[in-house]
Design a protein around this ligand. Structure first.
Ligand code: ADP
Length: 291
C-alpha cells in the first residue's frame, strides 16, 4: 500500500492560546513494500508524523494518502478507523499496554473488537506466537510473568493480529540491551520480508536506518528536508550535521581510513560487514594485508 504526504502541516491545540506547530510542509512518499526509516533530531516532528500514518491524527493542512484513502482536515472518523486496521503501530515500550489475564486473550483482544470471530482470533494468536519465536506455552501465561523481551514480542503480536499491511515502528528497541535490540530488529526484518509488509521505522539509530531500510526520510524542525536511499542520505555528512544528525559509525570509520590511506573505497560502508569487505579489497589492492 503506497503512502504519500503532500504539504502536510499539523498544529497541536489549534486555535487555542496553546497552539503549537509541529509539522509544516511535509512532503514524502513511502512506496508499497519499502522499508523506510524516518530520522531526525528530538522535536523534529517524527512522532507527530507517524500518528498521521494510521489515522490517529489528521493533518491541519495538506493531504495524507494511505492506499486509496485520502485524509485531510475534513475527513470523518469512520475512514480514520478503516486506516487504523491497515496500518499497525508498535509504540515505544508497547509492553506497557498489555493488560489481559493471559497472553492469548491479549493478542485476541484487538481482532475481537473489530468483529473477528473468536475461533479465527484464537487461531491467529497461536500462529503469531510461533511467528514471533515464542514457546507455545506462553499463551496461557499472564503477560506479566514473562521476561521484558518476551513481553515486547507479545505486544508486537497484538499489533500484527490486525493483519496490517503497513507496520509503523516507533523506536521499537528503546530500553533493550544490545542483544535484545539486534534480535528485535532482525525479527522486524524477517516479518517485513515474510509478510510482504511496508515497514516504517522511526529511529535515533543511524546504524539501524542504514542496515535495514531501503529509503530514508529526514525530518528537521517539523519539515521533511531529505528523502532518498541510505547511500544518498549518508553520503551527505555535512548536510546531516546541519540537521544535528550523524552518519553511521562504519561510515565515520571509512572516512578516517580513506584520509589515512589517501584512497576512496568503492562504495559507502553502510554496515560493518561492508566496511570489512571494502577494507580488505582496498588494502589488498595496495599490496597490504589487513590485520
Ligand atoms: P520527535 O518525535 O521528532 O521528537 P515530536 O513530533 O514529538 O518530535 O514533536 C514535534 C514538536 O511538537 C515539538 O516541538 C514538540 O514539543 C511538539 N509537541 C509534541 N507533542 C505535543 C503535544 N501533545 N502538544 C503540544 N506540542 C507537542
Amino acid at each position: 500500500m503506497d503512502i504519500s504526504l503532500k504539504q502536510v502541516g499539523y498544529l497541536y491545540a489549534k486555535d487555542s492560546p496553546f497552539e503549537k506547530r509541529a509539522l509544516q510542509d511535509v512532503t514524502a512518499t513511502i512506496p508499497s513494500g519499502s522499508y523506510t526509516s524516518i530520522i531526525g533530531h528530538t522535536g523534529s516532528g517524527k512522532s507527530t508524523l507517524l500518528l498521521h500514518l494510521n489515522g490517529l491524527l489528521k493533518p491541519s493542512e495538506g493531504v495524507v494518502k494511505i492506499g486509496e484513502t485520502i485524509i485531510t482536515a475534513q475527513t470523518k472518523g469512520k475512514q480514520m478507523k478503516e486506516v487504523r486496521q491497515k496500518v499497525g503501530i508498535v509504540f515505544q515500550f508497547p509492553e506497557h499496554q498489555l493488560f489481559e489475564e493471559t497472553v492469548e486473550k491479549d493478542i485476541m483482544f484487538g481482532p475481537l473488537n473489530f468483529g473477528v470471530p473468536k475461533e479465527v482470533a484464537r487461531a491467529r494468536a497461536h500462529e503469531l506466537v510461533k511467528l514471533l519465536g515464542l514457546p507455545e506455552d506462553v499463551l496461557q501465561k499472564s503477560p506479566f510473568e514473562l521476561s521484558g523481551g518476551q513481553m515486547r514480542r507479545v505486544a508486537i503480536a497484538g499489533v500484527l493480529a490486525f493483519k496490517p499491511s503497513v507496520l509503523v515502528l516507533d523506536e521499537p528497541t528503546a530500553g533493550l540491551d544490545p542483544r535484545g535490540r539486534k534480535e528485535i530488529m532482525e525479527l522486524f526484518n524477517q516479518l517485513h520480508e515474510q509478510e510482504n509488509l511496508t515497514t516504517i521505522l522511526v529511529t535515533h539509530s543511524m546504524e539501524d536506518a542504514a542496515r535495514y531500510s531501503d529509503r530514508i526520510v529526514v525530518m528537521h524542525e517539523g519539515t521533511s528536508v531529505m528523502e532518498g536511499t541510505p547511500e544518498e542520505i549518508f553520503s551527505q555528512e555535512e548536510r546531516l550535521h546541519s540537521y544535528r544528525l550523524s552518519v553511521p559509525r562504519s561510515v565515520r570509520f571509512q572516512r578516517r581510513m580513506e584520509n589515512l590511506i589517501g584512497q576512496r573505497f568503492s562504495r559507502l560502508a553502510l554496515t560493518e560487514e561492508i566496511l570489512a569487505q571494502e577494507l580488505s579489497t582496498t588494502l589488498a589492492g595496495k599490496g597490504e594485508r589487513p590485520c
